[in-house]
Design a protein around this ligand. Structure first.
Ligand code: SF4
Length: 267
């Protein structure tokens, strides 16, 4: 009920943008469904843009037009929801294949192996997903190799030097929605080259730090959200989702880069 009240508060002033960080976490599936449907109804009725943050791939696929997948503070893939079954980054592919299906034995679920995401205190020089990636090659450890997003299709970018061919799983297409809105017109909000470094000594919610002296929670993130468009940010805990949403909501300042809301720069 508290979550519902907060959502009602958020939309009562007819905002142009709603930032929903884990809007349905801990709710039962029926309530999740109702909240997702309500957010979509608001989007359609009032042309509200929605930035949702979640680790729930199936919910986010249903709710969003585009999905931005993050890993270790970096954007690894930007993909239209309707194309989610054609994910090209190994991390996204493994996320999709780690979703249990009601039709199959739970033992057939493919976990992401190889431990945890890298420490943000010591940034890896090569691809941050390399220690856990079953498709890694020697070139993946080269500095900056996976930094540049590569356009694989219109509106679909991937930060991976190898772009391996991966066996597709039909489950990925079952939960997606047809995209109703796309990147058209002037963006409601723009995130430009945003980096966020937290000071080691001051704790994660305080203190100024420059790049290289602390925890790099965000590393050169770019994002534009267009009128009526729903964009999802997906990633494991600690990947930078919440830091980004706090910066977009002006609850935190970026170390470098800026936010622009309807053409006005915040910093
Ligand atoms: S760059 Fe290499 S390690 Fe990184 S995701 Fe692509 S294949 Fe895997």
């Amino acid at each position: 009920m508290k979550q519902r009240v907060v959502i009602a508060m958020a939309i009562s002033l007819r905002p142009s943008l709603v930032i929903a960080d884990e809007p349905t976490t801990s709710l039962d599936v029926l309530t999740q469904y109702k909240i997702v449907e309500e957010l979509l109804r608001l989007r359609d009725t009032f042309n509200v843009s929605l930035l949702s943050v979640s680790h729930d791939i199936s919910m986010i696929s249903r709710l969003s037009d585009r999905i931005m997948v993050m890993y270790a503070g970096k954007v690894v893939e930007m993909i239209p929801s309707s194309d989610f079954s054609r994910a090209r980054h190994p991390y996204t592919f493994m996320l999709v294949n780690s979703i249990p299906s009601i039709q199959e034995d739970i033992s057939e679920v493919l976990p992401i192996e190889g431990g945890s995401p890298p420490s943000l205190l010591t940034k890896p020089t090569g691809c941050p997903f390399e220690p856990r990636c079953r498709y890694a090659t020697g070139s993946c450890r080269e500095p900056g190799g996976a930094d540049e997003p590569r356009v694989v299709e219109a509106g679909h970018t991937v930060s991976c030097t190898v772009l391996p061919q991966m066996k597709r799983d039909a489950r990925a297409s079952s939960a997606v929605r047809e995209s109703a809105h796309g990147p058209e017109g002037t963006p409601i909000i723009e995130v430009r080259d945003v980096t966020k470094v937290f000071s080691k000594r001051s704790g994660l919610r305080e203190g100024k730090a420059s790049a290289g002296s602390g925890v790099t929670a965000l590393d050169g993130v770019n994002l534009s959200i267009y009128p009526g468009e729903c964009v999802a940010i997906v990633g494991e805990t600690g990947s930078g989702k919440t830091t980004l949403s706090r910066i977009v909501g002006l609850l935190d300042e970026p170390t470098s880069g800026y936010i622009s809301y309807m053409g006005r720069r915040s910093t």
